[in-house]
Write a protein that binds this ligand. Structure first.
Ligand code: ADQ
Length: 506
């Protein structure tokens, strides 16, 4: 993929270096088995797939926590990867988090406190003092690494997600010349939901270290400002979405909405190759066998509504018997956060439900649900999209949902997208069949309606969805954020970046 094409105006950064900071690294060195060769693996994360092209296009540096079991063999003493793989040609610095902090930070505060706190999916967050301490300590480690990377330079620091809510303020304290932006990839809940967090003020203060704070939807940004209004003594300019803290160090924080997207051109280029077409034929021969093939792709996560969807599939067979033995549901779900008990329990429940449906409704050589609970290479995921007659996204709450957008790029012209109305993507994708995953009967009826939709309507809807994802792709998202950051700087300083000599990023 030519990442340079993705960012139409690379000089949006001026001469500032770009440093991307995320907990998850964009790729890991992994060895499966003692004598096996080391593989470079990219995680099934919307976040890293979205950001890598931007770092390549801007010749930036990425700072992230080490995660692969063979990472150390490929990094120097300071944690820099020695020979980056050809498709990830940029500087990656891996931080080795102390084992004593790792679990409390990641399994604890990030995934058992903040994730359920921000997703209103009726899963109760837990708060433990030691998790919080680890979260603070890990955020300090990241901030220190940024300071080592940029020193006193006027760089642009782009921090990712809910793992690093405190880092912006910590970076600001160490690097006063840095321009700091953060993108929050998950929803921001309403103030009532957020106020159960014992450390809510500290989190909010950390995030006010940003010059620019982005959410997928303006609704999330409004929730954030409402939360600030309740919790901190801030001044909020709702006309311009600006927040200031009288007397506090740092400046104004601009809040913006930037709906993340995908590299639609790269996906289309990949699925139109001969190899992809061959793979699609094989997938259909093996998994559809003359039936409708309905696909789902997600991490194994309770917020994705997998249990609700399986119940809706049962209900489909009860309410619409004409679909028995005529549709196969292929469920691609990567095991995720398996250190968290709630995730292990959820995966076991999903397995149980799948077995029950297959026992009850399976006939001869057909099982209605085919679970593929494994990681699948991105290009093969895209082939699956092309092989499918329909895709269901059943999230109970989702910041955006990149799977829906990838499907819109890759799918056949007559394929159907069934999309939970509680995803950020539903705000843009009006042509999808929108569904409420909590309303099981209606969910089942929507699946039937999607499968029975007249051909012309399917084509028209998919054409529009594809247009949307081509119009606003990942490059447009990145350019919008960088442009907003620059505009914000201009509004506050009355000039574009002063250190910009107009030379661009090359
Ligand atoms: P996620 O919750 O991880 O992302 P999503 O946006 O759907 O959800 O991105 C998942 C990515 O992983 C997609 O690119 C998908 O293709 C890939 N993937 C999923 N399952 C896979 C599998 N079994 N094998 C291989 N690849 C798989 C978070 C937020 C979202 C937000 C993104 C980006 O929760 O709301 O859209 O970040 O901001």
């Amino acid at each position: 993929m030519d990442a340079g094409l993705l960012l139409p105006q690379p000089d949006l950064l001026g001469d500032r270096r770009l440093v991307v900071v995320s907990h998850r690294q964009p790729y890991a060195h992994v060895r499966h088995g003692k004598s096996a060769a080391v593989q470079v693996e990219k995680p099934p994360s919307g976040l890293t797939l979205a950001l890598e092209p931007i770092v390549v296009a801007t010749h930036g540096t990425w700072i992230a926590a080490s995660g692969g079991n063979a990472d150390a063999e490929f990094t120097d003493a300071r944690g820099y990867v020695r020979d980056p793989p050809p498709d990830s040609p940029y500087r990656l610095r891996r931080l080795t988090l102390p084992p004593s902090l790792r679990e409390d930070f990641y399994t604890g505060f990030a995934n058992s406190s903040l994730w359920p706190l921000c997703h209103i999916a009726y899963h109760q967050p837990r708060f433990e003092e030691k998790w919080w301490r680890a979260y603070q300590a890990v955020n300090e480690i990241f901030a220190q690494a940024v300071a080592e990377e940029i020193g006193g330079e006027p760089a642009t620091v782009f921090i990712q997600d809910f793992h690093l809510a405190l880092a912006p303020q910590m970076v600001r304290a160490r690097c006063p010349r840095a321009l700091i932006a953060q993108f929050w990839h998950i929803p921001w809940p309403n103030p009532e939901a957020f106020r159960i967090c014992p450390w809510r003020r500290e989190l909010l203060e950390g995030m006010l270290g940003n010059d620019l704070l982005g959410f997928h939807l303006s609704y999330h940004g409004m929730n954030f400002m409402e939360t600030l209004d309740r919790e901190l003594a801030v001044r909020i300019d709702r006309e311009h979405n600006l927040v200031s803290r009288p007397g506090a160090a740092g400046g104004l924080t601009k809040i913006g909405a930037f709906p993340i997207s995908v590299d639609a051109q790269a996906i289309i280029a990949s699925v139109t190759t001969i190899a992809a077409q061959q793979s699609v034929r094989e997938l259909r021969e093996r998994y559809a066998r003359g039936r409708q093939l309905v696909l789902t792709v997600e991490r194994m996560d309770y917020s994705k509504g997998i249990r609700e969807r399986l119940e809706a599939i049962q209900r489909l067979f009860e309410r619409h018997p004409q679909w028995r033995d005529r549709v196969s549901f292929v469920q691609i779900a990567t095991p995720s956060r398996t250190d968290v008990r709630a995730y292990r329990d959820y995966a076991a429940e999903v397995d149980h439900l799948v077995a029950e449906i297959n026992r009850r409704w399976g006939v001869r050589d057909w099982k209605p649900v085919l679970p593929l609970h494994q990681y699948v290479e991105p290009r093969q995921v895209w082939n699956w999209y092309l092989a499918a007659d329909a895709l269901i996204v059943s999230s109970l709450h989702d910041g955006m949902n990149l799977v829906a957008k990838e499907f819109a790029a890759a799918a056949r012209d007559d394929a159907v997208l069934l999309l939970s109305e509680y995803t950020g993507a539903a705000r843009e994708f009006r042509e999808a069949v929108l569904l409420n995953p909590y309303a099981i009967d209606d969910f089942a009826d929507k699946i039937a309606a999607g499968l029975e939709m007249p051909l012309e309507q399917r084509r028209e809807r998919l054409r529009r969805l594809r247009w949307r994802v081509l119009q606003y792709d990942i490059g447009a998202w990145a350019a919008d954020i960088l442009r907003a950051l620059r505009q914000h700087y201009f509004d506050n300083h009355g000039s574009a970046f002063p250190e910009n000599s107009g030379g661009g990023m090359a």
